[in-house]
Design a binder for this molecule. Structure first.
Ligand code: FES
Ligand SMILES: [Fe+2]
Length: 410
């Protein structure tokens, strides 16, 4: 079911407000401060990004067998993802077709059928209404017309994507070269080994911008900066709605953890000799952050709650074999908890300061090409003019920079 967007059919910012960000990287300025604070901008983003684009909402193994389900909230919609008797994953609005009651209450579990808690309408796992009492003499009523409302769902490498809009192209077409970029990996065997949760008093885009540069790393992350020096690395130049790059591990360190060691964990099966000394960082539009380490995959899922409040789930994945073998991930999780808290502290400080009447936007340093890459994904969508701003290209593209190199982003 498409969500009506008629209230939002005009751009949330004027062309003049967006012009400075849409310039070439070296000439560009950061996004106007209003995009982090204005409730009308967030409402527009919810309609145009979160209610229209394909979004990762979880992993297929979260509903491992028929009847198992989990609830998610996307763009204010309460949604149930459930595995059917035919093993297919499906998603439905968690809304009874009688009087609109939420059919499922517990956040996850296993059921035989859906039974609405109010008047006990019963729906099969495929969403069809199978039983409802006292409707037998209704005129113009057919149970076939009253199934749970489905939502588009697709699974790629174990990641469950949903799309609330019927007009958005299929997942593969929507992601551009994302799947091709990851084609040599099979992430379907990953299993979640740990989760960290944060309520961050900052706009969701501030968190994405923060993730997109390591300009702040020497001061904010002394430990991270020791494992992966901030000025080493390079970026990819994708054609799809994502951006990212890599940072090499310094000598003597094998992964991102409190001591740079892997606690015995084996390398991921798709780690090649070339990338077993690198951390690969990605943001898949709009809100999935994915970093691939030699021995684990980490995601940060950022969900806007208010203009100045975001929920972040940080999940650490290893293969099912590694998880079953009982390897600890404590040192890696501790490292990311420390790093996340350092990041979210400065994000919250930016949220506070950028609300000031005195604030006018700053310029990108030459370490922030990847921040600009994210910001133009935002600005081009705000503009609604079909123009795609080209990304800056750093010299030395594709090469690991020397420590004296002038530009690198993670
Ligand atoms: S609201 Fe669901 S059965 Fe009445
Ligand atoms: Fe950081």
């Amino acid at each position: 079911m498409s969500v009506s967007a008629s209230r939002f059919d005009h751009p949330p910012l004027t062309p003049e407000e967006l012009a400075a960000t849409r310039k070439p990287f070296r000439a560009a300025s950061l996004l106007p401060g209003r995009v982090f604070h204005d409730p009308a901008v967030l409402a527009w983003e919810v309609e145009h990004f979160f209610a229209r684009d394909w979004l990762v909402v979880g992993r297929a193994e979260e509903a491992p067998e028929h009847g198992s389900y989990f609830l998610v909230e996307v763009a204010g919609e309460d949604i149930v993802v459930v595995r059917g008797r035919d093993e297919e994953l499906r998603a439905f609005h968690n809304v009874c077709r009688h009087r609109g009651t939420a059919v499922v209450e517990e956040p996850c579990g296993k059921i035989v059928r859906f039974q609405c808690p109010y008047h006990a309408w019963i729906y099969d796992l495929d969403g069809s209404l199978v039983r409802a009492k006292h409707l037998e003499d209704l005129e113009d009523f057919d149970v076939k017309d009253y199934g749970l409302v489905p939502i588009r769902l697709a699974v790629w490498q174990g990641w469950v994507f949903l799309c609330l809009s019927d007009e958005t192209p299929p997942l593969e077409a929507s992601l551009g070269d994302w799947m091709e970029h990851h084609a040599r990996r099979d992430m379907s065997t990953l299993r979640r080994a740990g989760r960290l949760e944060y309520d961050v008093k900052a706009n969701w885009k501030i968190i994405a911008e923060n993730y997109s540069e390591c300009y702040h790393c020497p001061g904010v992350h002394p430990l991270l900066n020791r494992l992966t020096p901030y000025d080493l690395g390079g970026d990819w130049y994708p054609t799809g709605p994502w951006k990212g790059g890599w940072m090499p591990l310094d000598e003597g360190y094998d992964t991102m953890s409190m001591d740079g060691g892997r606690e015995g964990r084996p390398l991921l099966p798709f780690t090649t000799p070339e990338d077993d000394r690198k951390i690969l960082y990605h943001i898949l539009w709009p809100n999935l952050i994915m970093s691939i380490h030699p021995d684990y995959v980490l995601t940060h899922h950022t969900w806007p709650i208010e203009p100045g409040l975001s929920k972040v789930y940080c999940d650490l994945y290893v293969t099912a074999d590694t998880l079953e073998a009982g390897f600890s991930v404590a040192s890696a999780l501790d490292f990311w908890d420390l790093t996340n808290r350092q990041d979210y502290h400065v994000c919250e400080m930016q949220q506070r300061g950028s609300a000031s009447r005195s604030f006018s936007v700053g310029r990108y340093s030459n370490q922030e090409a990847s921040v600009h890459a994210f910001d133009i994904m935002v600005a081009d969508r705000y503009a609604m003019d079909g123009v795609r701003t080209s990304r800056g290209r750093r010299t030395g593209e594709g090469k690991v920079r020397s420590r004296r190199g002038s530009a690198a982003a993670r």
